[in-house]
Design a protein around this ligand. Structure first.
Ligand SMILES: CC(=O)SCCNC(=O)CCNC(=O)[C@H](O)C(C)(C)COP(=O)(O)OP(=O)(O)OC[C@H]1O[C@@H](n2cnc3c(N)ncnc32)[C@H](O)[C@@H]1OP(=O)(O)O
Ligand SMILES: N[C@@H](CCO)C(=O)O
Length: 352
């Protein structure tokens, strides 16, 4: 059974922006047991609206008989700094004012977020991580972290993600924030501020997470009559309502901005130079119908990292295929591990 825990960091935490937080907490989930030589750690980074409970949204990868068996692996996932599933975020109380941060929560970057994860890793006494795995925003964080702390990670598996957020991706995110800004309640400092805007933002986002074919297959109108509530329309409304039940507009805003600023090359002499720091063996996975993180982004990464592998998932879903196509993900990760073993044996034979 996954265990839910909380890490407290009680010192000043400096952010890339120059602002700082007077400490923070991270909610995290673990599963399985850390082995004696610490060779069985898998660290998972979640996507934009995910929680630390990876068994909730990537459950097909973890469990008995699955890719990562609890008997063999020690899996850790932390809710992102700024998140709304137990980690310090905009709804947390600012100790300086004794009021929730709300709009005053400082802007974060993926580099800040993974520095916070790394403090948790150190607190857990984990010196080496066998595999760092993340999708979408979580994939951006995984890559950033593997560059920041290259000697920690043995394997990096990045799914449906990139090295620098694209102009297209930023435009989508800004369109979503425009919806939040248009909500008159966004100006008021309450937990519910901007919630109607958040619903619209999610509806816009869905168009980047899915694909034309996916909507055609699941939301085509059954008849030919004119209606005021087309199936595809009510689907959009429902997806907005559903997110509003479990998220808030502040965290959405904050993390979408963190995604916009994602650029592994910042202050490192560019992307290619930053990638030279990697020590992990890398697998970049793309989804063939992904409109938000098109496969060219993962293929570019594979070309720039010597020895890296690329795998393509086939999905009708689009970007969200990274959550759905778990059978294919299992297969390509198994093949990746096997190919690394073969390579290792080959090197040993060559040396002999
Ligand atoms: C990695 C991450 O961090 S994500 C973590 C947080 N996110 C989640 O946990 C959600 C992850 N899940 C998903 O994104 C999706 O459920 C997927 C991608 C896994 C699967 O997508 P789908 O099978 O298309 O399901 P999707 O959730 O989009 O829609 C189904 C829902 O829409 C409803 N629905 C379908 N058509 C319509 C319609 N025309 N009108 C209104 N509602 C509709 C369904 O009844 C269903 O409702 P329910 O969720 O309350 O059961
Ligand atoms: N469905 C994903 C999409 C973003 O990667 C999420 O809600 O986090």
């Amino acid at each position: 059974m996954p265990e839910q825990l909380v890490f407290h960091y009680q010192k000043q935490f400096q952010l890339e922006s120059g602002a700082s937080l007077p400490g923070f907490q991270l909610a995290y989930t673990t599963y399985g047991q850390l082995n004696q030589d610490q060779s069985n750690v898998v660290w998972v980074c979640h996507a934009l609206t995910g929680s630390s409970d990876f068994t909730d949204w990537w459950g097909e990868l973890f469990g008995e008989g699955k890719l990562y068996e609890p008997a063999d692996w020690f899996v850790v996932c932390a809710n992102t700094l700024g998140g709304c599933y137990g980690s310090t975020g905009p709804l947390a109380v600012n100790p300086a004012t004794l009021q929730p941060y709300y709009h005053s929560f400082p802007q974060l970057t993926n580099r800040d977020i993974v520095r916070a994860f790394d403090l948790l890793r150190q607190d857990l006494g984990i010196a080496r991580v066998h595999t760092l795995l993340g999708g979408s925003l979580g994939g951006q964080q995984a890559l950033e972290w593997a560059i920041l702390q290259p000697d920690v990670f043995g394997n990096l598996i990045q799914v449906a993600s990139n090295a620098r957020h694209s102009a297209w991706g930023i435009a989508f995110n800004e369109s979503q924030r425009m919806a939040i800004r248009q909500d008159p309640t966004w100006k008021i400092s309450t937990a519910e501020a901007g919630i109607a805007g958040l619903k619209t933002a999610r509806a816009i986002a869905m168009l980047s997470y899915r694909h034309y074919n996916c909507y055609e297959e699941s939301q085509q109108e059954p008849g030919n009559s004119i209606t005021d509530n087309f199936r595809a329309a009510s689907y959009q409304v429902y997806q907005g309502e559903k997110l509003a039940q479990r998220f808030n507009a502040y965290t959405y805003w904050l993390l979408s901005k963190a995604m916009d600023s994602h650029n592994i090359g910042r202050d490192r002499g560019g992307i290619a130079k930053a990638l030279e720091r990697l020590q992990a063996k890398c697998l970049f996975i793309g989804v063939d119908t992904d409109l938000l993180f098109p496969v060219e982004e993962q293929q570019q990464l594979q070309r720039l990292v010597p020895g890296a592998k690329f795998a393509l998932l086939h999905s009708g879903y689009g970007h969200d295929g990274f959550l759905v196509e778990t059978a294919q993900i299992t297969q390509v990760i198994r093949e990746f591990y096997e190919s690394e073993t073969v390579k290792h044996i080959h090197y040993e034979n060559t040396e002999v």
